[in-house]
Ligand binder design. Structure first.
Ligand code: MN
Ligand code: MN
Length: 453
């Protein structure tokens, strides 16, 4: 069976479905059609759905079964991949899958997300071959633009959502285990509010030898604002910033005790111990369940080498905040603007200062006690013989909260690969044991869910 799975994965890999390169859009479409044909041969009803943004890769919708007495479970993955070429430093051709003696297959997309698609397909195939049925109704929702900000996803899914009826749960197969040797389940992601602070002074750039000492410089004003956003202990200074953060419950607190996370490994990854807290658990909480603020850059500022004596006429500071339940990204942008305006009032500056949001994303927070998590936990214990780690991530995937709202159903992250797979990197890989294991976990999971009825 594993040979058959590797052959299938190898075919998926052979289509260079790089969504960021328009030259690959035919490859992406060909891959989408291959996936559609494969599921159609299993008896699925499949459809290629045009992306509402012209020129962007199509989505794949599919279903199997419409028994009203069964739950309906949706599978999400993406069939597009990050760019890759052997010149980037790969040991082998990235779009030729190669199996090595270390138990891994190597190729672009092996872990992210063509392995997960392969595991899902073979779970369905095996269920149909051994029992002639699937114990729940299945919905398939694959996209081809995830590696390019999911262009058109929300619009296109929203418009076509009536294709699916009554989704009970959404499985997200698009992450990897938190460590290499223990399976995990994902239950949360942080949201995002990204702000731009612009300070404009003279109508064009000036020379410090000419105007220096005569004017209030925009850059000094901006630095003065940026310096008041966060203190040296990492506390965000924006008034009301922490008001809506959910307090830590005992149950959530306990989840952190189980995580395989070693602060020394983290420090060696960073190359310097610059941690706010010298403790694994609180560091993990700072990464996953507490909000943060980062200053990313200053547009318009001199940033080259040498000693250019420019006085920039206009500078824009870029700041983002990672958000957690129940912070609302829009409310955070409003209180951020109010806070900066308050600083500006006290600065008494002749420069003009404006603040605006340039990106908002919702957080996601799953309930680890709902039927999806309970069933997935048993499914994993049955196959792997160990309890999963319950993992949140500091990053943001806005389509997950979008799908939960659109289909009015809870989601769960069911990772396939390992943390060391190197998704997006050279020599991306997937352990064959994980590929085969994911197939079994999916089969177990669907059986567990059907037994709930
Ligand atoms: Mn990716
Ligand atoms: Mn991915």
């Amino acid at each position: 069976m594993s040979n058959e799975m590797i052959n299938f994965l190898s075919t998926l890999i052979s289509y260079p479905s790089i969504s960021s390169n328009p030259n690959n859009s035919q490859d992406s479409k060909n891959l989408a059609n291959f996936i559609i044909d494969s599921y159609t041969n299993l008896g699925f009803k499949m459809e290629l759905i045009d992306n509402l943004i012209e020129g962007k890769n199509p989505l794949i919708f599919g279903k199997f079964g419409d028994d009203p007495n069964k739950k309906t479970i949706m599978f999400y993955s993406h069939y597009d991949v990050q760019p890759a070429s052997i010149q980037d430093g790969w040991d082998t051709e990235p779009f030729d899958l190669i199996e090595k003696s270390d138990g891994y297959v190597y190729a672009r997309g092996a872990s992210d997300d063509k392995g997960p698609i392969t595991a899902t397909y073979f779970a369905m195939k095996e269920l149909l071959e051994t029992t002639s049925d699937i114990p729940v109704n299945i919905a398939i929702l694959y996209e081809g633009e995830e590696e390019s900000s999911s262009h058109g996803f929300e619009k296109t899914v929203y418009k076509n959502k009536s294709y699916f009826s009554d989704i009970d749960g959404i499985l997200i197969l698009d992450t990897s285990w938190f460590t290499d040797h223990r399976p995990s389940l994902d239950y949360g992601l942080r949201g995002l509010t990204y702000m731009a602070i612009n300070v404009s002074g003279p109508n064009k750039d000036q020379h410090s030898g000419l105007v220096g000492g005569t004017i209030r410089e925009p850059m000094s004003d901006l630095i003065s604002i940026l310096s008041k956003l966060i203190d040296s202990d990492g506390n965000v200074q924006v008034d009301g910033f922490y008001d809506d953060v959910l307090p830590l419950s005992d149950a959530e607190n306990e989840l952190y005790d189980e995580i395989d996370f070693n602060i020394n490994d983290y420090v060696s990854y960073l190359g310097r111990n610059s941690l706010f807290q010298q403790n694994s658990k609180t560091t993990l909480m700072n990464m996953w369940r507490n909000p943060s603020l980062s200053i990313h850059g200053i547009q318009g500022a001199f940033s080259g080498s040498g000693s250019k004596t420019v006085v920039p006429a206009s500078v824009t500071g870029k700041v983002s905040m990672r958000l957690v339940p129940n912070q609302d990204p829009k409310t955070i942008s409003e209180i951020f603007i109010a806070y900066v305006n308050k600083i500006v009032e006290n600065m008494n500056t002749p420069n003009s200062i404006s603040v605006e949001p340039i990106g908002l994303g919702e957080w996601w927070y799953g309930d680890v006690n709902n039927f999806l998590f309970e069933s997935a936990k048993s499914a994993i214990e049955n196959y792997w013989g160990k309890e999963p780690n319950y993992v949140r991530s500091g990053g943001s995937i806005p389509i997950i909260p979008f799908m939960e709202k659109t289909f009015n159903a809870p989601a769960i992250g069911l990772p396939v690969g390992q943390s060391s797979d190197g998704a997006h990197s050279q020599n991306e890989r997937l352990r064959i044991e994980n590929l085969v294991g994911a197939k079994h976990v999916i089969i177990n999971l669907l059986n567990e869910i059907s037994n709930l009825n």
